[in-house]
Design a protein around this ligand. Structure first.
Ligand code: FES
Ligand SMILES: [Fe+2]
Length: 454
C-alpha cells in the first residue's frame, strides 16, 4: 500500500520538507496504525496506578483498546480489550480492581491472566463443546517497565525498550529518576479531545521550542520576570524586560534520535519555569542537591524543556505533565494527561504539584490552550484541496547538527531548530516504508550519520 500512497514523496527530512497529506489522508492513517502503532513501544500506564493484584487500567495502543492488569504474582500483563465472542469491548471502566472481566453483551468472563473462565448457558448453548482454552484474550506481545512506566509493543521482532529509547533514556531519567523511590501519578487522568492530527502534538513536544515566545506571548507577559525570579539570576539587561530568560535564547540544546526529541535551555535556578512559585518552587530548590548528586548539574537544572518519545508519549519537566496523544482518526486526538510527582515528596507538595500542573497544562491550563489552538487551526486549513498539496518548511537549523563533547548525548543542535522534527518524520517515514525492524534501524542510522557529517 505504501507504494500507492508514495509515502517517500511526502517527507524529505534531509531537505526539511513535508507534504500535509500525512496529516489528513485516511489511507496514510490506516498504514500508521499498522506500521507505526503496531510496531512501536507505546506507554500503557504507570506502575503506581495498579499497585495491587487485580488492579487494572484501560487505555489504547493506537486505536486498539487495551486492559493493563496487575497479576496475582505481582507481574503486569496487557490484553486487547475485545471479547473473543462477538467482539464487544470487554471492560468499560477506566480503572478498578477485579478478579474477572465480564462482557456486557452475553456474559463471557475472563480471568486476570486473560483466560476465558466462564460462558453462560455453556451446556445448553454449546452442548459443552466449546474449547474455552482457545478463546482467551489476545495478549500484548511484549511488555516492559522502565522506572515505573509500563510500555507495550505488539511486534515480537522490535528492539528491546532500552535499545528503542537509546539516548532518550538519559533525558527521561531527568524527569522520572530525580529522587530515590522514583515517581507516581498524582490524581486521576485528565482526558479531552483536540481536533488535530496526532503528529502535530507529538512533533511540537519533540522539537518546537520556537513557538514558545510567540504562541505563549500573553502568558509570558503576565509572568514577566523580575530581576529576582529571572532564570539566570542576573540583573535584567536591554531586551530582557518582558521575557523570561529562556525566551531570550540563553542557549540550549535540541536532541534528536530514533524519532525521539527533547529541547531545553540552560538555567541557573532549580525552580526556573515552574511558573507558579510557592510550594512547588520551594520543593525544586530544596531537593536540588539530591537531584544534582543523582543526575548531575545539567539535568538537575533542566526544568524548561519539552520531550517526545516516538510516537506519542510527551512530557514537560517542572510542570510535571506526562501525556499520550491517542489517535482517533487522522483529524482527531484524545489527550490523556498524567501529573507525575516524585514518590518521596510530601503530600502537601504532591497536592501543590497537581494544582500547578492543572493551571499550566490541564485542559483549561493557560499554556495548554495556546498550543492546541494552533494545531486545530492548522487542521482546519488542511480541509482545503490546495492547502493539502502545499509543501511545508521544516528547515530551521539544517546543517548545524552535531554530537556534543560535554556529556549531553545524541544528535543535537541549538534549541531553536527543527532537528528533532526532521528526525521525528524521518523515523516516521522509515517505519511506514520498511518491512522489518532491521530495515528501519539501518535507514534511521544512515540518516543520523549523514546529518551529523553534514
Ligand atoms: S460479545 Fe462478549 S459475550 Fe458475546
Ligand atoms: Fe507550547
Amino acid at each position: 500500500m505504501q507504494d500507492k500512497l508514495n509515502i517517500k514523496g511526502l517527507v524529505d527530512a534531509r531537505h526539511g520538507k513535508v507534504k500535509p497529506a500525512i496529516y489528513v489522508d485516511e489511507d496514510v492513517y490506516q498504514l500508521e496504525l499498522e506500521r507505526v502503532f503496531g510496531r512501536s513501544w507505546l506507554f500503557l500506564a504507570h506502575e503506581s496506578q495498579i499497585p495491587k493484584s487485580g488492579d487494572f487500567f484501560t487505555t489504547f495502543m493506537g486505536e486498539d483498546p487495551i486492559i493493563v492488569a496487575r497479576q496475582k504474582d505481582g507481574s503486569v500483563a496487557a490484553f486487547l480489550n475485545q471479547c473473543r465472542h462477538r467482539g464487544m469491548k470487554l471492560c468499560h471502566a477506566d480503572s478498578g480492581n477485579t478478579r474477572t472481566f465480564t462482557c456486557p453483551y452475553h456474559g463471557w468472563a475472563f480471568g486476570l491472566e486473560g483466560g476465558l473462565t466462564s460462558v453462560p448457558l455453556e451446556e445448553e448453548a454449546y452442548r459443552n463443546n466449546l474449547d474455552k482454552s482457545q478463546w482467551g484474550l489476545i495478549q500484548v506481545t511484549r511488555l516492559t517497565t522502565y522506572k515505573g512506566l509500563i510500555f507495550g509493543n505488539w511486534d515480537e521482532s522490535a528492539p528491546s525498550l532500552e535499545e528503542y529509547l537509546g539516548d532518550m533514556a538519559w533525558y527521561l531519567d531527568g524527569f522520572i529518576d530525580r529522587r530515590e523511590g522514583g515517581t507516581e501519578v498524582v490524581g486521576g487522568v485528565n482526558k479531552w479531545v483536540i481536533n488535530c492530527n496526532w503528529k502535530f502534538a507529538a512533533e511540537q513536544f519533540c522539537s518546537d521550542q520556537y513557538h514558545a515566545p510567540y504562541t505563549h506571548g500573553s502568558a509570558i507577559q503576565v509572568l514577566a520576570p523580575t530581576p529576582e525570579n529571572k532564570a539566570d539570576g542576573k540583573p535584567l539587561g536591554d531586551g530582557q524586560t518582558q521575557r523570561p530568560a529562556w525566551a531570550n535564547g540563553l542557549g540550549g540544546v535540541q536532541f534528536s534520535e530514533n524519532g525521539h526529541g527533547s529541547a531545553f535551555f540552560f538555567t541557573e535556578k532549580a525552580d526556573a519555569n515552574v511558573w507558579v512559585g510557592g510550594e512547588v518552587s520551594n520543593y525544586f530548590r530544596e531537593t536540588y542537591p539530591e537531584v544534582e548528586a543523582r543526575l548531575g548539574r545539567v539535568r538537575a537544572l533542566r526544568l524548561a524543556g519539552h520531550n517526545t518519545i516516538f510516537p506519542t508519549l510527551s512530557w514537560l519537566n517542572g510542570t510535571q505533565t506526562l501525556r499520550v496523544w491517542h489517535p482517533k482518526g487522522p483529524n482527531q486526538i484524545e489527550v490523556w494527561v498524567f501529573c507525575i510527582a516524585d514518590r518521596a515528596a510530601s503530600d502537601e507538595v504532591k497536592e501543590a504539584l497537581k494544582q500547578s500542573h492543572a493551571r499550566a497544562f490541564g485542559p483549561a491550563g493557560f499554556l495548554e490552550q495556546d498550543d492546541s489552538e494552533n494545531w486545530v487551526e492548522v487542521q482546519k486549513v488542511l480541509r482545503g484541496n490546495k492547502a493539502q498539496q502545499t509543501e511545508l518548511c521544516m528547515q530551521m537549523g539544517i546543517g548545524f547538527e552535531e554530537r556534543r563533547k560535554d556529556g549531553i548525548p545524541g544528535v543535537t543542535n541549538h534549541t531553536f531548530a527543527e532537528t528533532a522534527a526532521r528526525g521525528f518524520y524521518q523515523r516516521w517515514v522509515d517505519m511506514m516504508t520498511s518491512e522489518t525492524w532491521a530495515e528501519i534501524e539501518t535507514k534511521t542510522q544512515e540518516y543520523q550519520e549523514e546529518i551529523v557529517r553534514g
